[in-house]
Design a protein around this ligand. Structure first.
Ligand SMILES: Cc1cc2nc3c(=O)[nH]c(=O)nc-3n(C[C@H](O)[C@H](O)[C@H](O)COP(=O)(O)OP(=O)(O)OC[C@H]3O[C@@H](n4cnc5c(N)ncnc54)[C@H](O)[C@@H]3O)c2cc1C
Length: 383
């Protein structure tokens, strides 16, 4: 049986997200894009509303609304401000990964703080200069010392690197071949030896900082190890499965918003004495985007639903991310076309939506990597 009616918990968090987006994000989004910075105040308000722990158990400070509610809420936020939304999705991912793999004391110490915004947000530090699509090539290293670990190396492209109070950091803990020597650690962003680098100058998402993070012999206690030694790669891949649902939802939000702006404009703008919405060329662009975004929505919901049921969802999350990000970008591009010259200016939000959505085809696994994940699953099942 298929029922797409949101339940009470889903409705509540989606309404909270929609109202927060309209009240707090919408008036700030264009300025944040122009001036950059980091949306600390908006994220503090998001924490108060439960939006930093949407799919986190209540006893750990979350609202336990589930993975479907999470996806639906992120769509609403992504429509309005991708920058704030991406910091929020990464933080949710970090809270979920600690809730799932953390020891009792790690869960009790860190997850409520992440949900409450006490860490501002959480960060996810996997990528390096020489290890993007291939994180197994990382060189950041944690060496065993008396009573704990000493961490050294450099990460790159870390979302919220300027402000996050807690990072999950992946490091090599042995020379075991491939990905078997990688472990995950919980690292305080202000610990001695942690250096936050300068934010990258990016095409879009200007209100989300993306920085290098350097670790100069950072002393970590035994309690910093997340999961078992050598289990880090598996933890990263499982976290990214869930993260990809968030990025797909963000891309979907951008595509839906762009098509709404295009629809409104097409109904208002007249050329040759008629609203341009009367022209079939324009109608087809609106129809193609609406159809593709509906298909993306179904892929996102299916992946989220499988996750919520505790069933495998790796392939479905990759399909959702691949499709929603590629077609979300196409929807933003079409919206610019519908708006003509105005679409290319800052007077309308579609150029920002296009710049912001572009990176969803790159981070948390490029589109090419999603195709690898999907095809690997197809071939494994039928080999
Ligand atoms: C704004 C932004 C925020 C980010 N935030 C984070 C973060 O918070 N934490 C984090 O850890 N990382 C983060 N990243 C890093 C991101 O996940 C990587 O950029 C991404 O995984 C790609 O790695 P790369 O940039 O090194 O590209 P590369 O891996 O060098 O890829 C370059 C090209 O080669 C293709 N390619 C690579 N391998 C293959 C293959 N086997 N087959 C076919 N094609 C292939 C890729 O698809 C791509 O087109 C962020 C990146 C950006 C831009």
């Amino acid at each position: 049986m298929i029922d797409f009616t949101p339940n009470e918990a889903q409705e509540a968090i989606v309404t909270a997200a929609r109202q927060f987006a309209a009240r707090t994000l919408a008036p700030r989004a264009a300025l944040l894009d122009r001036e950059g910075g980091f949306p600390r105040e908006s994220l503090a308000e998001a924490a108060e509303l439960g939006l930093l722990g949407i799919n986190v158990p209540e006893e750990l400070g979350g609202v336990a609304a589930g993975a479907v509610a999470y996806a639906l809420a992120v769509v609403e936020l992504g429509r309005v401000c991708a920058s704030t939304t991406v910091a929020l999705t990464v933080s949710n991912m970090v809270a979920e990964v600690i809730a799932k793999f953390g020891s009792a004391s790690q869960r009790e110490l860190h997850v409520p703080r992440l949900c409450a915004g006490a860490y501002v947000v959480g960060g996810f530090a996997l990528s390096e200069a020489g290890a993007g699509s291939d994180p197994g090539a990382m060189t950041t290293r944690a060496r065993r010392v008396d009573g704990g670990w000493r961490l050294s190396g450099q990460k790159l492209w870390i979302t919220s690197g300027t402000d996050a109070g807690l990072f999950v950091v992946w490091a090599r803990t042995s020379d075991a071949p491939g990905t078997r020597g990688i472990s995950a650690f919980l690292v305080d962003g202000d610990a001695p030896g942690v250096e936050r680098g300068r934010p990258e100058h990016k095409m879009g998402q200007h209100g989300s900082t993306t920085t290098p993070l350097s670790f100069h012999d950072v002393e970590l206690g035994d309690e910093a190890l997340l999961g078992d030694e050598g289990e880090g790669f598996r933890i990263a891949m499982m976290a990214l499965d869930g993260g990809r649902i968030g990025i797909a939802s963000l891309a979907l939000g951008c595509g839906l918003q762009a098509n709404d702006v295009a629809r409104d404009y097409a109904l208002e703008r007249t050329q040759f004495g008629r609203p341009i919405a009367d022209y079939q060329a324009i109608q087809w662009m609106l129809a193609d985007s609406a159809t593709e975004m509906e298909a993306a929505r179904l892929l996102v919901l299916r992946a989220a639903w499988l996750k919520e049921q505790g069933q495998p969802f790796t392939r479905e999350a990759s399909m959702a991310k691949l499709f929603a990000s590629e077609r979300g970008y196409a929807a933003c591009d079409r919206a610019i076309q519908v708006l003509g010259g105005y679409g290319y200016t800052r007077e309308f939000p579609v150029e920002r939506l296009l710049r912001d959505v572009r990176v969803t085809r790159i981070f948390e696994g490029t589109s090419e990597i999603q195709r690898i994940v999907i095809s690997r699953d197809i071939l494994r099942r039928f080999a």
